[in-house]
Ligand binder design. Structure first.
Ligand SMILES: Cc1cc2nc3c(=O)[nH]c(=O)nc-3n(C[C@H](O)[C@H](O)[C@H](O)COP(=O)(O)OP(=O)(O)OC[C@H]3O[C@@H](n4cnc5c(N)ncnc54)[C@H](O)[C@@H]3O)c2cc1C
Length: 587
């Protein structure tokens, strides 16, 4: 696999032109922030990603992780790379300076994280989960827990995990059975959790598990779930890790991909109960965990962008080197990049990946605006936009990663199917993305239920208004060309129509669920097109190679990818009749 080179120019472009990182400086937490600062940070991160983390990726895939008597051993080199990451202060970029963070925007941290995941998705999952755990503790825990746990988690010296899933409780967390019984100033947690990412390892000095469990008198269902902080090592008086707590990884899953990310079955309380501390209020654990899950949903979408970028780089290099056949206009056999159909694959990969980056970063920048905005109305609007974009980023970027990593295999021909090229690893690693952190089916239900029907489409119509304003930009037609602009205009109308259709169907028991996935893919395809259109406007006067390439990708997206909206818009109009009519035994 070729070396990973962080796409620094596109990252800086999206941060600068589409998320307006310079504009963040108007908000009190970010007065020092600028595009120049962002570029300097990205540059340094790119070096660590390319030279330290990426070279471990293929070996990690082959070697995997081991469970020994005293715990899980990470893949070769992972621990050293993690130390370099902690020493470089990379874990603390976006966190509160009160706990040792650097107070930088989340959107900048996200661009940096794209590099970790592109370099090595398995490795990047450890910081991803830790970051979500920090967010959940910072937003919900009491001051004493924050003071004891956050500084070491923010620095990365300790990692964090998310423990929701149990064998009978996956998408349906109402079925969680783990228990927590009060005992003095703490609780005793018992139960089994499955599929816990980086649930145990030897890279950090302590692991802070956030565990969903029920109190003895808790009501049934989601209203009876509380959140507990359960450290692997209990803390000494001075705050250092001390005695081992009663929790451990009892087995590791054998997976299709991300072999170097330990996916653990965790047992709590084999010897009387793991000591845990309540985070937030009793029975409100799911709401607290949502702080972590929302953050993680955005960053899982980002993983889709990252692995797609890596696939683009690999495919590009291979197609420029592999000689096969005489391309049109040539006299001799030459590199396959000359064949129109190979160009179709490469352009599709590039356009999807750049659109995904634009969508993901723009979504993540809403986190910064919610955080920094003091005007209540503006803040509420940013929160609505963030809530709306989160399932789009998670759902669409992870779906497009399937297509892009699959096209990478296809670009390699037979060699793509042979493990040693590494195309297979990207394809396998990407496959988890539409599943974890809430399957994409659940994301679609979230978009339809919580994000559209609940507010009667307010957030969606606000966004559509902005798209209409964009379409009214005077130079847009000359920049995009009239046919592409017309296509985009029709696509925006289709989202508005689909939203009305959905709102009209809110009384139906089955229709919202039946059309949810199409509604998600329709909206995200169009929102991504809007962002690509904005990109084209901002490079309109520029003739640099970057700007020319960007323009081509925008045009290609509008011509070849945006028309997919029609498929989703038409399919959802058929509603649920045919879908639901067949008896289950005939399915
Ligand atoms: C590698 C890996 C890492 C993971 N890491 C973690 C982790 O760190 N922490 C953690 O807690 N969990 C983790 N998970 C668990 C993951 O989040 C769940 O697997 C996921 O949420 C789906 O739950 P499930 O596997 O029980 O599938 P199910 O819930 O059984 O779903 C099966 C299918 O039914 C669909 N479905 C289910 N309910 C509905 C519904 N109401 N509407 C529409 N469709 C529905 C789903 O979309 C899916 O297609 C991980 C899983 C894997 C494989």
């Amino acid at each position: 696999m070729p070396e990973y080179k962080a796409p620094l120019q596109d990252m800086a472009f999206v941060l600068g032109e589409l998320t307006d990182i310079d504009g963040l400086a108007a908000l009190p937490p970010f007065t020092e922030v600028s595009r120049d600062l962002a570029e300097a940070v990205l540059d340094e991160a790119g070096k660590l990603a390319s030279s330290v983390i990426a070279p471990l990726n293929a070996d990690g895939d082959r070697h995997g992780v081991r469970l020994q008597e005293d715990g899980v051993v990470a893949a070769p080199g992972f621990r050293d790379a993690y130390q370099r990451y902690v020493e470089g202060g990379w874990g603390s970029l976006q966190f509160d300076p009160e706990y040792g963070g650097q107070g930088l925007p989340f959107s900048l941290a996200v661009a940096v994280q794209e590099m970790w995941h592109a370099a090595n998705m398995s490795w990047g999952l450890c910081p991803l989960l830790s970051q979500g755990a920090v967010e959940a503790i910072a937003a919900n825990a009491d001051e004493s827990l924050k003071a004891r746990y956050l500084p070491a988690m923010v620095s990365g010296a300790w990692s964090g995990t998310m423990n929701l899933t149990e064998p009978q409780a996956g998408s349906d967390l109402a079925a969680v059975k783990a228990r927590a019984v009060p005992e003095g100033d703490h609780f005793r947690v018992t139960g089994q959790k499955i599929f816990i990412t980086w649930g145990d390892h030897d890279m950090a000095d302590n692991i802070v598990h956030l565990v969903l469990a029920r109190l003895p008198d808790a009501p049934e269902g989601v209203k009876g779930i509380s959140l507990f902080l359960v450290p692997k090592y209990l803390l000494n008086e001075d705050g250092s890790p001390g005695e081992r707590n009663d929790c451990r990884a009892i087995s590791l899953e054998h997976k299709i991909g991300i072999h170097a990310s330990p996916t653990c079955v965790m047992s709590y309380g084999d010897n009387g109960g793991a000591i845990g501390y309540l985070v937030g209020k009793p029975n409100q654990g799911l709401a607290c965990m949502f702080t972590m899950m929302n953050n993680a949903r955005l960053t899982v979408g980002l993983q889709g962008v990252a692995v797609a970028e890596r696939a683009c780089q690999q495919a590009r290099e291979y197609c420029r080197e592999r000689v096969q056949g005489v391309a049109p206009g040539q006299r001799e056999a030459g590199p396959i990049v000359g064949h129109p159909d190979v160009r179709r694959m490469l352009m599709t990969m590039n356009a999807l990946t750049e659109a995904g980056r634009a969508l993901a970063y723009v979504g993540c920048a809403e986190v910064d605006r919610v955080h920094g905005e003091s005007d209540p109305q503006r803040r509420a609007r940013h929160q609505r936009r963030l809530d709306l974009l989160t399932p789009l980023v998670k759902g669409w970027c992870t779906e497009m990663a399937q297509e892009v990593t699959s096209l990478n295999v296809q670009c390699h021909g037979g060699m793509g199917f042979i493990e040693e090229t590494g195309a297979g690893q990207l394809f396998r690693d990407a496959r988890i993305l539409p599943i974890y952190e809430g399957t994409n089916g659940i994301q679609a239900m979230d978009l339809v239920g919580r994000k559209t029907l609940r507010d009667r489409g307010t957030a969606m119509f606000e966004m559509l208004e902005e798209m209409d304003a964009f379409l009214a930009e005077p130079h847009l037609e000359s920049v995009l060309g009239s046919e592409r602009k017309a296509l985009l205009t029709d696509a925006v109308v289709a989202v508005a129509d689909a939203t009305e259709f959905l709102l009209g169907a809110s009384d139906s028991a089955t229709l919202p669920g039946a059309i949810a996935f199409h509604y998600l893919m329709l909206s995200a395809t169009v929102v991504a097109a809007w962002q690509m259109g904005r990109a084209a406007l901002s490079v309109a006067e520029d003739d640099s190679p970057f700007a020319r390439r960007k323009r081509h990708h925008v045009h290609f997206y509008l011509e070849q990818i945006l028309p997919r909206y029609l498929h989703h818009a038409r399919a959802l109009r058929f509603g649920d009749d045919t879908l639901m009519a067949l008896p289950e035994e005939l399915l």
